[in-house]
Write a protein of this length. Structure first.
Length: 256
């Protein structure tokens, strides 16, 4: 596949189906890319966990929207969370299931091939959760305002909804996504809508309170992985207050 270009088999499908087809076709590539978690991923993962503000994760019920092959899911399981993972890609879920079985982490994992924008999660799952989260997936949704409302409806009173998304104001995201990763603009263009202002608005409209936003990293995590010296540059630059709005990722959370 040419980088940034959709395969011909996807050109006749609606936007609703494109995500599923794309990640089914690209699952082997992304599995190989992410199969060895590295220092920079753990930096980001620790940032995410710290931003959650959970002191005792053991036994907490988590619904993960867009879990994919489980880069975050597996680490959440190791922490003691009980995870229900949803994704539109059957192939991604099969890899996640097999990986967790081999690592003996499958006891606290359930997976479902579902589309949160189309499927009635209340009827299918018939339960609520302590945390409902979405990592690097919200910008792939057709209507993320609807998605956040549905996420909020699945969380218990006092529970949290959390999302981690790319910041469209970060100038380094665009060349990195399309020069170094096999990403298509049709897949990634939703990140233009994931501004901090719109995310805050969506959380408020979903009835969530105590909304918090934390920003992370000037350079995309995988870019730092390829060019290690960027860490030193980043550590200097992020101390400049004016750059805070241009950091690579948003973490946003709200309580029900």
């Amino acid at each position: 596949m040419i980088r940034g270009i959709l395969p011909k088999t996807m050109q006749d499908y609606s936007q609703q189906n494109i995500q599923q087809i794309y990640y089914d076709e690209m699952v082997d590539y992304y599995t190989q890319l992410y199969q060895k978690p590295d220092y920079h991923f753990y930096r980001l993962f620790n940032f995410f966990v710290n931003s959650l503000g959970i002191e005792r994760p053991e036994g907490l019920k988590v619904l993960e929207i867009g879990c994919g092959t489980g880069r975050y899911t597996i680490n959440f399981l190791k922490m003691g969370f009980n995870i229900v993972g949803l994704d539109v890609s059957r192939k991604s879920l099969d890899i996640l299931e097999q990986t967790c079985k081999e690592a003996k982490l499958d006891r606290n994992l359930r997976i479902h091939q579902l589309d949160i924008e189309k499927d009635d999660l209340h009827v299918i799952l018939n339960e609520t959760f302590d945390i409902v989260l979405c990592v690097h997936s919200l910008h792939h949704m057709k209507d993320f305002f609807l998605v956040i409302k549905r996420m909020a409806s699945m969380v218990k009173d006092g529970g949290k909804v959390c999302c981690l998304e790319p910041n469209p104001l970060n100038p380094f995201l665009y060349p990195f996504l399309f020069l170094f990763l096999k990403r298509s603009w049709i897949i990634e263009r939703g990140m233009l809508n994931c501004t901090e202002k719109k995310l805050r608005c969506a959380f408020r409209e979903a009835g969530l309170t105590n909304i918090k936003v934390f920003n992370y990293g000037l350079f995309p995590p995988l870019a730092v992985n390829l060019f290690h010296n960027l860490v030193k540059i980043e550590n200097i630059l992020i101390k400049t207050p004016i750059l805070s709005k241009f950091l690579a990722l948003h973490f946003i959370s709200g309580e029900k």
